[in-house]
Design a protein around this ligand. Structure first.
Ligand code: FRU
Length: 531
């Protein structure tokens, strides 16, 4: 497979938001009524080592490899107290190539320890994306009698793409490839990759979902070595602007009710996603061990994230009731051109995935930042119940390159409101709500460096209705990204930005009318990369 298989047509959906930034700027620091004070929170971890993970644009609480190119998360599994994160990695350079599985482990999904490259190319090809399971009862027979271990299922990409396995008897530290690889030969489909495997308890068997062209195929197995084809999903369903990749299939409760569950099939598409280029869609339905069925209309498309940089999401296996996923925070349209060095690409923050029934009976996927992230909260600024009227207000002191903003607004007469983040020297990223269009948006046209790709500057929008006349925004800003969760994770927009390090201002604004900020909490976030 050639690397330029990705350079398909640019499909860009960019909505321009009218209006210039021209409102008077005051400072809320002088307003002692609303300011409840700045306080230190316990458990703060500040980056004390100025040299490690401190290059320009280096994310402070997102995962990045120390150096070189990274794409999709792979082999996510929780095992013996450790979360494993493997990832598509080029050990030899800062662009795509030599695809191998890089590896890191964490005890809290936030602080990561880098380990050796786990899987390297061999005579069957490069090591493309895949997943990981705990073979507790040694169904594979790959482990010593009475013991089990980790089994990786991945795509060998050589002359053709085929599915293979590897196993580890020492908690993922060293790996052996199975001698009988591939375990599923190429069935005559050029794009046949990214197996996600899980144990299906009802039918007591392993199940694999794998991308096959612009469909998903489902296989099952009793031993991870012999696989039987069961069914296919996808013809005429959802978005088909590009090839389908990196499927994931899991069962989760609706509104947290364990007696009412549904299956979620996540499918990535490149190109043809909502913000242009690569992105994720999902289907909600039922799964009986053989077939995935949905009641969704064929033309209905559900986007996972409305920003431009959330691709190839995969959820952790073996986490009991919790379903947490992470994605590659980049887009194939410009991934190899982003101005970072010596690494290229970050993962998103891990997100807890749920389902929510809306008032009209629809079921929506929700994504919320994992609660563990509260551990790195540092200084706080807060106020409540303040009306702002066609103005921009600076949030003092807390400004910085890493922030978490938790805000709730009550709609008033303002056409638009929200935040200017990473502001300075003519640069800003706008995170706002357009009350007329009922859209949450991120405008990164003036966010900093955008010159490396014509496809980078843009405005990305997500439909979002108010609830009880309120809009909630939960925003995470790292040195080179902005993740926005609207209304408790009903809509998410994930975007990279490359501002000057000195652009660290934060303003709250309302345009053409008033809005009431019912509550605002702004935290400075610490680094997870102290050495
Ligand atoms: C998705 C993808 C996968 C493939 C991998 C190769 O980003 O194209 O389909 O396995 O990247 O690096």
């Amino acid at each position: 497979m050639k690397k330029n298989y990705r350079l398909g047509a640019f499909v860009t959906t960019v909505t321009l938001v009218a209006g210039l930034f021209s409102y008077p700027t005051s400072s809320i620091a002088n307003d002692s009524r609303e300011v409840k004070g700045l306080g230190e929170l316990p458990g703060v971890q500040l980056n004390t080592n100025r040299h490690y993970y401190n290059e320009i644009y280096r994310p402070q609480f997102h995962f990045t490899p120390e150096q070189n190119w990274m794409n999709d998360p792979n082999g996510l599994v929780y095992y013996k107290g450790e979360y494993h994160l493997f990832y598509q990695y080029n050990p030899k350079g800062n662009t795509w190539g030599n695809m191998s599985w890089g590896h890191a482990v964490s005890k809290d999904l936030l602080h990561w320890e880098h380990l050796d490259v786990a899987l390297k190319p061999d005579e069957l090809g490069m090591i493309f994306s895949g997943s990981m399971v705990v073979d507790k009862h040694n169904t594979s027979g790959l482990f010593k009698k009475g013991s089990g271990g980790l089994v990786a299922i991945f795509t060998h990409a050589g002359d053709t793409q085929q599915q293979s396995i590897a196993y580890s008897e020492d908690n993922g530290r060293t790996w052996k490839k199975y001698k009988g690889n591939p375990v599923i030969k190429n069935p005559g489909i050029a794009d046949f990759r990214d197996p996600k495997v899980f144990w299906h308890e009802d039918t007591k068997q392993w199940v694999m979902v794998v991308a096959a062209g612009n469909r998903i195929q489902i296989y099952s197995s009793s031993n991870l070595k012999e696989w039987e084809y069961k069914s296919e999903f996808g013809e005429g369903m959802g978005a088909h602007g590009g090839v389908w990749e990196c499927p994931d299939l899991f069962e989760i409760p609706v509104d947290g009710n364990p007696n009412h569950t549904k299956w979620v099939l996540g499918v990535d598409i490149n190109p043809g996603a909502v913000a242009g280029g690569s992105g994720g869609q999902y289907f909600i339905g039922d799964f009986d061990g053989k077939t995935f069925k949905t009641k969704q209309e064929p033309k209905e498309i559900n986007w996972v994230d409305y920003g431009k940089d959330f691709y190839a999401s995969q959820s952790w296996d073996n986490m009991n009731q919790r379903r947490v996923w992470i994605a590659w925070m980049n887009n194939w349209n410009y991934a190899e051109k982003i101005p970072t060095s010596p690494w290229r690409s970050a993962m998103s923050i891990p997100r807890e995935v749920g389902l929510k029934k809306t008032d009209n009976g629809e079921i929506l996927l929700t994504q919320k930042p994992i609660h563990e992230i509260k551990k790195i909260r540092d200084k706080k600024f807060e106020f409540k119940n303040r009306k702002i009227q066609s103005e921009n207000i600076k949030i003092p002191k807390i400004s910085g390159q890493t922030q978490e903003i938790v805000a709730e607004f009550e709609l008033g007469s303002a056409d638009e409101f929200g935040f200017y983040v990473r502001k300075g020297h003519g640069e800003f990223t706008k995170v706002g709500y357009d009350a007329k269009k009922r859209e949450l948006f991120v405008d990164r046209r003036k966010s900093g460096r955008t010159d490396f790709s014509e496809d980078f500057a843009g405005v990305y929008t997500a439909p979002l209705d108010s609830e009880d006349n309120k809009i909630k925004m939960h925003i995470f800003i790292d040195r080179s990204s902005v993740e926005v969760f609207g209304n408790d994770g009903e809509r998410v927009l994930t975007n990279q930005i490359f501002p000057d390090p000195s652009s660290d201002g934060l303003e709250i604004y309302s345009k053409d009318g008033d809005v009431k900020i019912t509550s605002l909490d702004v935290y400075k976030l610490g680094s997870t990369w102290d050495k």
